[in-house]
Design a protein. Structure first.
Length: 86
């Protein structure tokens, strides 16, 4: 696992332990991505994460900008939140 991916994982875990996601929402609201960029990013993320080629996923992830990584972090946090409440 790359250092960036490890930081994402640690950030997701820390945010999940914190039930107040308002600071994450503020970070996401300030991003330079538009809605179509986010939809495309999440679709790509889901397709690659379902495949068995970890190297392909790692290469793709390593080339994401900081805003894209923040979107993925937010997605994982909110997804986990909804999974735990349902």
């Amino acid at each position: 696992m790359t250092e960036q991916a490890q930081q994402l994982d640690n950030g997701v875990i820390a945010e999940l332990q914190n039930k107040d996601h308002s600071s994450l929402a503020q970070q996401l609201n300030g991003l330079t991505c538009d809605h179509s960029d986010i939809v495309e990013l999440l679709a790509h993320y889901l397709v690659l994460s379902e495949q068995d080629d970890d190297q392909k996923f790692d290469d793709w992830y390593d080339n994401l900008c900081e805003d894209q990584q923040l979107v993925l972090k937010g997605f994982e946090i909110i997804r986990a939140h909804y999974e735990n409440t349902n």
